[in-house]
Design a binder for this molecule. Structure first.
Ligand SMILES: Nc1ncnc2c1ncn2[C@@H]1O[C@H](COP(=O)(O)OP(=O)(O)OP(=O)(O)O)[C@@H](O)[C@H]1O
Length: 607
């Protein structure tokens, strides 16, 4: 006997609204229906395990079928099934009230609203692609009766007895004409691959099981080998290089979370490496946009996080404020810091070997998260030009005696390019100063942070001053030139250089230091660097020409010779000395380079 009825909801017809709101994410209907089938199957397993069900379970699996001719998609399971009464209760009432609530809540929200794709709309998402949905089901409780429910997306439904032989549920979607793309098996396979790859019950499509029901994050770390972790990484990202190391997350109080985070081999273009963490809820894929769930700097990691405690059906701003999400953030940050600290302590060699790949990540973390900084400050490494690694403490101990200036400030020297800045690096080394190699994209921010955090410490690029001024000591240098001679020399150089952006100064240095040294002041360069990376509101600086300091060594014999030279030769020699300084810094090019070569030939010719 067929029974007809009305579904009691306030909104006349909610389906057009659902369809409109879920426009971009119609494909999630499959996730919802397959998850329901999986839930029903797992309930069956549990009933059998506790002895509530004594019959034969059979081979528990979910089967998805597409029939292009009949224009149907069928999702079948041999789970607990439903009696007619249960259909009325769970489908007509509960599922409908869920859908109504969804519409009530979101009908005023804009179409771009991000939450929509993450909202588990449940059974009624079937109407996003079907104009008629049927359920044929037989409960494990009722071996005699089975039921057939039909609904065309209006508020009316029909329910009649059916002739289903075996236990379980079959959901038949009669696909609407505007959704026929979902009748393509390739499309269905892609969707299953995306959302159902790790569902806990085997899912069959076109005669094949498409999922891995026991992904390793659901197992205990003690059951797993390094190979298992590496293989799983390959399964997730078939085209990526092997990971460096990983962390197995496993917590059940005060929130529930499992997962595996991998440290990838980082490329410099770390932007495109984002969105590599996949978020699951009980093995159902939800999203790979884990922003807000995972701290920003950890988004460089790869892997999976599975938590039923992350609310997926709320807006993003709410997500940020959610106390569970905050706790998850803190937990993951702590776990990552602990893992790094552990590797550092137990196997410093490996840690140093991987430094190139992990330094960006660690520095990024220290910059963006104070708690992470507190832990990482003990294992962050500074690499010097000799390729040796030191912790902050070790480096302080190494440099303190020789690199403290007359004001008690510890000056750490660094180079961004040991090749280009070679002359300066060498000058520093001649004084037994140590020079750090800080050349990754994040280092200009990292340097600023170190200065803020470390007491009485500043960092200077090795070519930002002449060696005597980089680390000012009390030892005043005598000048062999008197003030008039210095003034004369300055004028000669200014005329020879003839460039307003080159600020000439004559200063006494060691006779064997270079005759002319060109430097770009630290402050100036940092401002420009910042404007390049878009920080600090210094955009205007980017367009300003560099203003260099040109220091003429009053104690160098060439400069004494210039003063004694014939008038027309003074500027020639000065220009030659200046060009040599440019040349040593790779700053000589174009017509200036041609002129320099010509002048050099003339000079040799005359010798
Ligand atoms: N394949 C199935 N077998 C047995 N019962 C089912 C099946 N599909 C749905 N149901 C019943 O219908 C109810 C409503 O399903 P629906 O998907 O709308 O909501 P839900 O699964 O409870 O929550 P969610 O919004 O997370 O999907 C389920 O709780 C379940 O009791």
């Amino acid at each position: 006997m067929e029974e007809r009825g009305n579904i009691s909801i306030h909104t006349e017809n909610i389906f057009p609204i659902i369809k409109k709101f879920l426009y971009s994410d119609h494909e999630i209907f499959l996730r919802e229906l397959v998850s329901n089938a999986v839930d029903a199957t797992q309930k069956m397993k549990r009933l059998s395990a506790i002895g509530e069900y004594k019959g034969d379970l059979g081979e528990l699996k979910v089967v998805v079928k597409v029939d292009k001719d009949a224009k149907t998609i069928v999702i079948s399971d041999n789970g607990i099934g439903m009696t007619a009464e249960e259909i009325k209760k769970y489908i007509n009432q509960i599922a409908f009230s869920g859908a109504t609530e969804f519409v009530e809540r979101y009908k005023d929200a804009g179409e771009q609203n991000q939450i929509i794709g993450q909202f588990g709309l449940g059974f009624y998402s079937a109407f996003m692609v079907a104009d008629r949905v049927e359920i044929i089901t037989k409960s494990y409780k009722d071996e005699t009766e089975s039921a057939h429910w039909t609904c065309d997306g209006s508020t009316e439904f029909a329910i009649a007895p059916a002739h289903k032989e075996d236990r379980g549920t079959k959901v038949i979607l009669n696909v609407a004409s505007d959704s026929e793309e979902f009748l393509e098996p390739a499309r269905i396979r892609t969707i299953l691959d995306k959302y159902c790859k790790f569902l806990p019950v085997p899912v069959e499509f076109e005669g094949e099981i498409i999922n891995n029901p026991n992904p390793i994050w659901t197992k205990q770390p003690s059951e797993l080998t390094d190979e298992d972790y590496k293989n799983f990484y390959k399964e997730l990202y078939p085209f990526s290089e092997a990971p460096l190391f990983w962390i197995h997350l496993n917590v059940d109080y005060p929130f529930n979370l499992t997962g595996i985070l991998y440290f990838p081999k980082l490329k410099n273009d770390f932007e495109i490496q984002r969105n590599k963490i996949q978020l699951y809820s009980k093995q159902v894929f939800i999203t790979d946009e884990v922003k807000d769930v995972v701290p920003e700097f950890l988004m460089l990691l790869h892997g999976v996080i599975d938590s039923p405690d992350i609310p997926l059906n709320v807006s993003r701003s709410f997500l940020q404020a959610d106390s569970n999400v905050k706790k998850i953030n803190t937990y993951i940050t702590k776990k990552v810091a602990d893992k790094l600290s552990d590797i550092f302590k137990k196997d410093r060699e490996t840690f140093e070997k991987n430094w190139d790949d992990i330094n960006v990540f660690i520095k990024y973390g220290m910059l963006s998260d104070d708690k992470f900084y507190e832990k990482a400050k003990d294992f962050v490494l500074l690499q010097n030009t000799e390729g040796k690694y030191h912790t902050l403490e070790e480096y302080k101990a190494l440099t303190q005696a020789n690199q403290t200036d007359k004001n008690g400030q510890l000056v750490l020297l660094y180079t961004t390019d040991a090749d280009k800045q070679h002359a300066f690096v060498e000058a520093a080394q001649n004084r037994s100063y140590d020079v750090l190699q800080l050349d990754s994209i994040i280092d200009s921010h990292f340097i600023g942070m170190l200065e803020q955090k470390l007491e009485k410490t500043s960092l200077k690029r090795v070519d930002s001053e002449t060696i005597g001024k980089l680390i000012e000591k009390d030892e005043a240098k005598d000048s062999v030139l008197n003030d008039t001679e210095k003034e004369d020399l300055k004028k000669i150089y200014e005329t020879a250089i003839n460039n307003q952006n080159m600020q000439v100064e004559v200063a006494p240095m060691a006779p064997d230091d270079a005759p002319v040294i060109i430097t770009l002041p630290e402050f100036m360069r940092r401002m420009k660097d910042m404007s390049k990376t878009g920080g600090g509101g210094m955009m205007f600086m980017g367009n300003m020409p560099d203003t260099y300091n040109v220091t003429v060594n009053a104690n160098h014999s060439i400069n004494q010779r210039i003063l004694k030279a014939k008038d027309d030769n003074k500027e020639r020699i000065a220009r030659q000395a200046f060009d040599l300084a440019l040349l040593s810094q790779n700053m000589l090019s174009g017509s200036a380079l041609t002129a320099f070569v010509k002048r050099s030939v003339d000079l040799i010719d005359k010798e």
